[in-house]
Design a protein around this ligand. Structure first.
Ligand SMILES: Cc1cc2nc3c(=O)[nH]c(=O)nc-3n(C[C@H](O)[C@H](O)[C@H](O)COP(=O)(O)OP(=O)(O)OC[C@H]3O[C@@H](n4cnc5c(N)ncnc54)[C@H](O)[C@@H]3O)c2cc1C
Length: 305
C-alpha cells in the first residue's frame, strides 16, 4: 500500500483535506471505517493538480457524491476519496429547458428549482438523495424515468487530470449503470429538458414523493435499493420478501419490513453485518427462485476483508 503524504497534497491545494476520516460521516448508510484521506477540492484547477499527484504516486482514488449508493468496509479505505458535493455547486436553468449543473449539486435541488420553472421530465426523481454526478454515473431512475433520458453532454477529468467531453452518443446508459469510466470524475453535465405545464409537473412530483414515502423506510439510514431488480415481474424486494426475510436482523442491520430490498441501519450497524444480510438474501432467493440477485450498491474497501 502506498502511504499518502498529506503535507504534499496540502501544499498544492486550499480545499478541505481530512485525514483518517470516518466514512460514517459521508454515507447515507452511516457505516464504514476510516478513509486515509477525504478531499473536497475548491476548484477544478486544484482538482487537476491533485489527480496528477495521485496518478504519479500510484495512490488509490475513489470519487464519491453524497454516498447514498455506497457501502464502505468497517476497515475503511486505503487511499484518497474525492467529493465535489460541497464545492461544485453551480446550477444554471434556462427557460428553454437547458440545464447546466455541477456534479456536486444535489439532484433534489435541481428537480425542485427546475420544476418550479415549468421544466418537465425529472419530477419523478424527487427524493433520490444523490448528487447530479452520482446520479448520472449510476443512471438514477424512478417511476419509469432515468436521468439519462435528457442527458446532453458532460465534462469529466481523467485520472491524470485531463479534461474530456462526453456527448450523449459517447455514453451507454443501462439500468442503474453508465459507461463513464470509473477512474474519471464527472465535473459538470448539460441536460436538455422540455417545457411543460407547471401544475401537471407539480402534481406528478407530489405523487412520486408520496409513493416513495409510502413504500420506503425513510426514517432510517440506508443506501436505497441494495439489489437491482432482476426483471419487472419479480422485483428484488418481492423475491426477498417471499424468501421470508423481511425483518431479519443481524446486530443493528435489518432487512426492512417496509421494503425488503432496503437494508436499514437501526443505529450502530456494521458493514460486516450488512454484508452478511446481503449474502443471506442472495442465497435464500437463489435457493427458492434460482434467480441470482446482483448488487445495485457499490462496495468500497472490501478487498482486504
Ligand atoms: C433512501 C434512498 C432512496 C433511493 N432511491 C433511489 C431511486 O429511486 N432511484 C435510484 O436510481 N437510486 C436511488 N437511491 C440510490 C442513490 O441515491 C442514487 O444511486 C444516487 O444517484 C447516488 O448518488 P450519490 O451522489 O450519492 O453517489 P454515490 O453513492 O456517492 O456514488 C455512487 C457511484 O457514483 C460514482 N460517483 C459519484 N459521484 C461521482 C463523480 N462526480 N464522478 C464520477 N463518479 C462519481 C461513485 O464512484 C460510485 O460508483 C436511493 C438511495 C437512498 C438512500
Amino acid at each position: 500500500m502506498i502511504k499518502i503524504d498529506i503535507q504534499n497534497i496540502k501544499s498544492i491545494t486550499t480545499g478541505l483535506l481530512l485525514e483518517n476520516e470516518p466514512m460514517i460521516n459521508h454515507t447515507t448508510f452511516g457505516v464504514g471505517g476510516l478513509a486515509d484521506c477525504y478531499f473536497m477540492p475548491s476548484d477544478i484547477i486544484e482538482l487537476k493538480e491533485v489527480l496528477k499527484y495521485t496518478y504519479a504516486n500510484n495512490i488509490r482514488t475513489f470519487f464519491i457524491g453524497s454516498g447514498s449508493n455506497v457501502l464502505v468496509s468497517d476497515n475503511g479505505y486505503d487511499g484518497i476519496i474525492i467529493s465535489l458535493k460541497k464545492t461544485f455547486k453551480n446550477l444554471e436553468i434556462l427557460d428553454n429547458g437547458t440545464i447546466t449543473s455541477d456534479s456536486g449539486v444535489m439532484l433534489g435541488s435541481m428537480v425542485k428549482k427546475a420544476t418550479k420553472k415549468g421544466i418537465e421530465g425529472m419530477e419523478s426523481l424527487i427524493g433520490v438523495p444523490g448528487t447530479v454526478g452520482g446520479a448520472l454515473y449510476m443512471n438514477a431512475g424512478a417511476y419509469k424515468h432515468e436521468i439519462s433520458n435528457y442527458f446532453h453532454s458532460a465534462l469529466l477529468l481523467d485520472k491524470t487530470g485531463i479534461e474530456k467531453i462526453y456527448k450523449k452518443k459517447d455514453v451507454k446508459f443501462d439500468y442503474r449503470n453508465s459507461s463513464f469510466p470509473e477512474d474519471e470524475i464527472l465535473i459538470k453535465a448539460i441536460f436538455q429538458y422540455k417545457k411543460g405545464d407547471i401544475e401537471t409537473i407539480s402534481k406528478n412530483k407530489k405523487e412520486a414523493s408520496n409513493k416513495r414515502k409510502m413504500s420506503q423506510p425513510l426514517k432510517y439510514r440506508s443506501a436505497g435499493s441494495i439489489f437491482k431488480n432482476p426483471n419487472k415481474k419479480f422485483p428484488a424486494g418481492y423475491l426477498i420478501d417471499q424468501s421470508g426475510l423481511k425483518g431479519f436482523r443481524i446486530g443493528d442491520a435489518e432487512i426492512s419490513t417496509k421494503h425488503a430490498n432496503f437494508i436499514i441501519n437501526r443505529g450502530k450497524a456494521k458493514s460486516k453485518d450488512i454484508i452478511k444480510l446481503i449474502n443471506i438474501a442472495k442465497n435464500e432467493v437463489f435457493k427458492k427462485f434460482k434467480i441470482e440477485l446482483k448488487l445495485e450498491i457499490k462496495l468500497l474497501g472490501f478487498e482486504y476483508d
